[in-house]
Structure formats: structure tokens, C-alpha cells
Design a protein around this ligand. Structure first.
Ligand code: ADP
Ligand code: MG
Length: 484
């Protein structure tokens, strides 16, 4: 199903390519030994290299290189055995060197793809043009003093992976699905924490429109959008703006725009720089980066199971639907929890309890799955108790709530609170007899043809049993007795 904007001159299609900057998880920066951890006091994690002191030489950090290679595998891409660092020259107060070390025509990774699943069940393959390594810049702080701005260089020189997609994305929804998938891949690999709100994953969206079948139109680039939802909103707004402009006879100019999340509008920032403006040249301080086959093979062997493979396995091994498997693999911690809880139990039912009751409860508590008061083992055990008839699924709701509140095992709760399901015929019959004896008029009405009253009797007897009667038995016995 394609996303189309209806215009006066016909249908318009959106064309999007995303550039995503991922901050690499590593102990040290890309070319210096200073710490790369987030959130330290300003300017406490800065080496002479990061501060751009004269005569300082960059030294490549192999940990960052390995993270980029692993991410390349995650993107089904080619790992280039030779890549070259280049200087991208521009002047800005948070860039002491006057250039950023990046990679231009020889990136470390190229030609990959990721498959994204859409809500309607369709899968779309989005091409990846390249992944290159580069340095992050420092940060300007404008909110510390009424008339001065400050520079924090802690982030200067931290490694980034810039992941550039091909212009294969055709709707805001696809852009959202692509970003979620990419985030999940880097998190599985452990190469980036993927937190967009902390700026460790940042997205530039390139947007153009065209009539289907026509060549690509001129694009505008929306810089540094910091949430998936905002990227989707920005694309939608920008595409509509371009359609209106073109239909009025105007022209889209290639420029850099900014998205304002409070108004939902994109605005001109500056006209687009081209590669020529940056005067790229190979960094004379760094020799080309060469990777050995041994290194590439070792890292390939070390690759963890990735979301696609895990999804396939969940469908095959646990009989889950594609949709359910998707919900469970999106975050690695949820997948891990599910596998622990499902081991040796009814996996489908476990999955349902995780996606329903557990997600609901965690949401209310504002807790992550790792902080769940219900351990995976206890959830699996609760499902066993339902399946062997010890508790009904109605009572399971209460047991679950007690597990959330008290953190005990389901067996402890069932015993302490006396929640065992009553599956003993004579005990249930006794309750039914009482209800029937107390409501002779209702019984008469039922027998004279008011079938609907059966539901009322079920409710009354269930209540009299404090919810513990086995529902199937109760229904059957009640029907027998009432029909008499
Ligand atoms: P630059 O380096 O100037 O940002 P690139 O050619 O590397 O330019 O492209 C950057 C991004 O723009 C890529 O993600 C690419 O897919 C996307 N892109 C290129 N052409 C178009 C287009 N006509 N419409 C939308 N996106 C595009
Ligand atoms: Mg760009």
C-alpha cells in the first residue's frame, strides 16, 4: 500500500533518504584516549588532540573500528578492507581543529540493506549506501550566562557512525519503521545505545516529492531531528509543503531546514553546502585503515543473534504470529525475558501475558522489563497453573496483580489467598443449589423461555464461589440443573 498525497495536478509520491548519526559505544574517543562516556562535568574529558592543540597526532581507536564493522554486518553490508579518513573543513566554535575527521569516498562499510516490517504485514527492503566513521563535535551551551556562550568539548572527538540510506523510503511510516529497526539492530549489537532523546542517535531526513514514475525531485534536508515521531511529522509536513509549492508553479530549492516540534513546521536554516564547500582531502596524519581477513572473520563469528533471525526463530520454535514475534524482539531485554519465561511452558500464552498484562503493569509503574516485579520464571509458572486447572484465567488476573504488588511466587499467592480453582463437582453443585433455592422466581422465568437469564445465573454462582469455580464445569452443571 503506497502513501500518496492527492494534489491538483495528480498524485504525488514522497521520496526519503535518511542520514543517521549513531554515537559509538566505546571507552575512548575515535582518535584520542579521553573518555567517551556521556554526562561528565563540562571539559573534564578532553585530551590535547580533542582540543585541537598544535602538533597533536590522532591515533585510531580499534574498539570503534570493531563496532563499525559489526554494525556493517548488521546492515548486511560490505566491509571494506581499505578505508580512508578525510578532513571535512569548516569553522565553528565547537570544532577547535577547524575540520572534522570523517570518511569521504572510501567509507569503512558500503552497500547494505535492512528489511522493515510495516503494520499491514508488508516488508520493505531499504538500501544502505554507506556507513562511515567520523568525529563528533563539542557542544555550545547558551543557557549558562545572560550574555555569554560556553563550549563543552567532552563530546568533541567521540566516534560517530553515520549511516546513510538510499532514497528508498516512501512514507513517514516507512521512515519510522526504518529508524526503529536500525535502533534495534545497533542495540542488539551493542554499538550504540540508540537513545535519540540524549542525542546518541540523531537523524537528518532528506525529502523530495514526485509524480509516480517521474525522476527524483529536488530534495530538502531536515537537520537533527531528535525523535522518531518528529522525523515522521517533519517528513509529512515537508512533503506537503513541497507539493503546494510545486503546484503553485514554484521550485523546491536544495537547502537545509530545521523542524520545530512545537509548531510541527520546517523552516529554512541555510542553503545546502555541497561536498566542494568542505574542501575534503585525505587526512595527512592518518594512513589508510586496512582490515585483515582474520579480524573480519573473528568479528563475524562474534556477532550476536540479530532481530530478524530472532523473529524467525520465535515464529518457528514458539508458534508465535509474525506480529507477536515483532513486538517481542524489538527490544533485546524483552526478547530475553520472553525466552526465560517461555522455556518449558506454554509460549503463546506467556507471550500474551507479556504483551498484555505485563506491559500494562510496567507502563503504569514506569518500569522497564528488567525491573519487573514479576520474574520470568514466575510468569511461566503462573501460566502452568492456568493450564493445569489450578487457577482459572479470571483468577489469574488477581494472581498477576498480587505478583506485581508483592513480588511473590504464584504458588505462594494461590496458597496464601486461597485462590485455587474449585473443580470439584459436588462443591460447585452445592453453590448452584443455593442460588437456585434463593431465586425461585428467576428460575421460573428461565424455565418459561427467558434463556438470557442463564448469564445472570452464571454471574451469581461465580460470585458465590468468590470467582473460584471452574467456569466450564459451572456452566455445564448450571445448565443441567436449571433445565431440571
Ligand atoms: P549529501 O552528502 O549532500 O547529504 P548524499 O548524496 O550523500 O548527499 O545524500 C544524502 C541523503 O539524501 C541520502 O540518504 C540519500 O538517500 C538522500 N537523497 C538523495 N537524493 C534524494 C532525493 N531526490 N530525494 C530524497 N532523498 C534523497
Ligand atoms: Mg548529508
Amino acid at each position: 500500500m503506497s502513501y500518496i498525497i492527492k494534489g491538483e495536478t495528480g498524485d504525488w509520491e514522497i521520496v526519503v533518504g535518511l542520514e543517521v548519526h549513531c554515537e559509538v559505544i566505546s571507552k575512548a574517543k575515535l582518535f584520542s584516549g579521553a573518555s567517551a562516556t556521556f554526562g561528565g562535568e563540562a571539559n573534564t574529558q578532553v585530551s590535547f588532540v580533542d582540543a585541537g592543540f598544535p602538533g597533536m597526532l590522532p591515533v585510531i581507536n580499534h574498539e570503534c573500528v570493531e563496532q563499525a564493522i559489526k554494525t556493517g554486518f548488521g546492515l548486511n553490508a560490505t566491509i571494506n578492507k581499505k578505508s580512508i579518513f578525510a578532513r571535512k573543513n569548516y569553522y565553528y566554535a565547537d570544532l577547535p581543529n577547524g575540520y572534522q575527521i570523517s570518511q569521504s569516498d572510501h567509507p569503512i562499510v558500503s552497500d547494505g540493506y535492512i528489511d522493515v516490517d510495516l503494520e499491514n504485514g508488508e516488508t520493505r527492503r531499504i538500501g544502505i549506501e554507506r556507513l562511515h566513521l567520523e568525529q563528533d563535535a563539542g557542544k555550545l551551551m547558551h543557557d549558562q550566562h545572560p550574555s555569554k556562550s560556553f563550549v563543552d568539548l567532552n563530546r568533541a572527538g567521540v566516534a560517530l557512525m553515520e549511516i546513510v540510506s538510499r532514497p528508498d523510503i516512501r512514507s513517514p511510516e516507512e521512515a519510522g519503521a526504518y529508524l526503529r529497526k536500525l535502533r534495534s539492530i545497533v542495540r542488539y549489537i551493542g554499538s550504540c545505545d540508540g537513545n535519540m532523546d540524549e542525542g546518541s542517535m540523531r537523524c537528518d531526513a532528506n525529502v523530495s516529492v514526485r509524480h509516480p514514475g517521474e525522476p527524483f525531485g529536488t530534495r530538502a534536508e531536515i537537520k537533527n531531528v531528535n525523535s522518531i515521531r518528529f522525523v515522521m511529522q517533519a517528513i509529512e509536513y515537508e512533503a506537503k509543503r513541497q507539493v503546494e509549492l510545486l503546484e503553485e508553479g514554484g521550485k523546491v530549492v536544495q537547502e537545509t531546514r530545521k523542524f520545530d516540534s512545537t509548531t510541527g513546521v520546517t523552516k529554512t536554516m541555510r542553503s545546502k553546502e555541497t561536498a566542494v564547500d568542505y574542501r575534503y582531502f585525505y587526512d595527512p596524519d592518518l594512513i589508510p585503515l586496512r582490515l585483515t581477513d582474520e579480524l573480519i572473520e573473528r568479528l563475524h563469528k562474534e556477532m550476536p543473534e540479530l532481530p530478524d533471525a530472532m523473529k524467525k526463530r520465535f515464529i518457528e520454535n514458539y508458534g508465535l504470529t509474525a506480529y507477536d514475534a515483532d513486538q517481542l524482539i524489538m527490544e533485546k531485554d524483552i526478547a530475553t525475558y520472553f525466552e526465560k519465561a517461555a522455556k518449558g511452558h506454554d509460549a503463546k500464552k506467556v507471550a500474551n501475558y507479556i504483551m498484555g498484562d505485563l506491559f500494562g503493569a510496567l507502563n503504569k509503574l514506569g518500569k522497564s522489563i528488567n525491573e519487573s516485579p514479576v520474574s520470568p520464571e514466575n510468569l511461566g509458572r503462573m501460566v502452568d497453573l492456568i493450564n493445569d486447572g489450578t487457577i482459572s484465567s479470571r483468577i489469574a488476573k488477581d494472581v498477576f496483580q498480587f505478583m506485581i504488588d508483592e513480588g511473590k511466587t504464584p504458588d505462594e499467592i494461590v496458597n496464601e489467598k486461597g485462590l485455587k480453582q474449585v473443580s470439584d463437582t459436588s462443591a460447585i453443585e452445592k453453590i448452584i443449589d443455593e442460588v437456585i433455592a434463593n431465586n425461585p422466581d428467576k428460575v421460573a422465568e428461565f424455565r418459561s423461555g427467558k434463556d438470557k437469564l442463564l448469564g445472570w445465573f452464571v454471574g451469581q454462582t461465580m460470585k458465590a464461589s468468590q470467582g473460584k469455580a471452574n467456569p466450564a464445569m459451572l456452566n455445564e452443571l448450571l445448565r443441567k440443573k436449571l433445565v431440571g
